[in-house]
Write a protein that binds this ligand. Structure first.
Ligand code: NAP
Length: 304
């Protein structure tokens, strides 16, 4: 067996006729951190479950997701490229996932496939835990892709004032409009505006009054660790919390510069563990220890 295929530090669970199956559908799926994270939670709780990675081609998502019912699989996570494609094949979709337009968790509820999106909880949970409530905050969100959608919808629901900053401005404008429509129940309407990634003066002004900066772009992600979103110098201030959803590297250049300017910072590892814990609870009814899941992620990342 090649050393890259060797199981390092992973205790294999005992599988028997009563073992219940969970998993992740992705393509590619080899680099997913979810199997280590969920199997660690299962082991810590002593449950008879097993979480397996499934390599599912984009065009196979329909039959693959229906096989969750026929094989009696309890639930699966979905990662690239299935999060949007899976929607037509589900029986029910939870309101947050419907608003975001993407599903990262499917539960086989007695033969009914129910879709959820736990990224919003994954994003907000670690902040709440640190005593940083989102309600009414002023936030700047870099990016308008998949991760940004969960972040912006969650912020808008919390009546935060959000500025979306994106390289492709039309994409930011579309997301802002969708967030306004989806949260028109928020008193006074959702306060969402947009900026071009290159509008340095606009960005400086937005950050001057902001309490939260969230990077949802892949700028600064390994192997491009030296890259930095175009934050103007002096835009960081100690009242700004800088949350980078990237988890590899553990400290991005954005986080390092913010920390040097006195900002509190957080990377994406805790979010990954929180969204996983929320999915785990949907499937099993048991809330796992998020610290166990986080430690499993850290252990996997340690080898990268
Ligand atoms: P995505 O849908 O592909 O969106 C990527 C975003 O980054 C878009 O807004 C894109 O702008 C922007 N972008 C990419 N390259 C850029 C560049 N060179 N300059 C400026 N903007 C650039 O990806 P995603 O799924 O949202 O993931 C984005 C990041 O979030 C990744 O680093 C991912 O690891 C992280 N993430 C973390 C978690 C977690 O649990 N911690 C969960 C989900 C995602 P355009 O619209 O102009 O293309």
């Amino acid at each position: 067996m090649a050393s890259s295929e060797r199981q390092e530090g992973i205790l294999l669970p005992s599988v028997n006729g009563k073992t219940r199956i969970l998993g992740v559908f992705g393509f590619p799926v080899e680099h997913s951190l979810s199997p280590a994270m969920h199997n660690a939670a299962i082991a810590a709780l002593g449950l008879n479950y097993l979480y397996i990675p499934f390599s599912v081609l984009p065009e196979d998502i329909g039959p693959a997701i229906r096989s969750v019912v026929s094989l009696g699989i309890i639930g699966v996570n979905l990662t690239i490229p299935h999060k949007e494609r899976v929607l037509p094949f589900l029986d029910r979709i939870a309101p947050e996932a419907l608003a975001v337009g993407a599903v990262n968790t499917v539960h086989n509820d007695n033969g009914q496939l129910v879709g959820y999106n736990t990224d919003g909880e994954g994003f907000a949970g670690p902040l709440n835990e640190l005593g940083f409530g989102l309600r009414g905050k002023r936030a700047v969100v870099l990016g308008a892709g998949g991760a940004a959608r969960s972040v912006v919808f969650r912020l808008a629901r919390e009546n935060a004032a959000v500025t979306i900053v994106n390289r492709t401005l039309e994409r930011a404008e579309r997301l802002a409009e969708e967030a306004r429509i989806a949260t028109d129940f928020v008193r006074g309407g959702a306060r969402v505006s947009c900026l071009d990634f290159c509008d340095r003066a606009g960005l400086r002004d937005a950050l001057a009054g902001a309490e939260l900066l969230v990077n949802t772009t892949s700028v600064g992600m390994s192997p491009h660790d030296g890259d930095l979103p175009p934050i103007p110098p002096q835009a960081f201030h100690p009242a700004l919390f800088v949350y980078d959803l990237i988890y590899n590297p553990r400290e991005t250049r954005l986080m390092a510069e913010a920390r040097a300017a006195g900002c509190r910072t957080l990377n994406g590892v805790r979010m990954l563990a929180w969204q996983g814990a929320a999915a785990f609870e949907i499937w099993t009814g048991v809330r796992p220890d998020v610290c166990v899941m986080e430690a499993a992620v850290e252990q996997q990342l340690g080898g990268r």
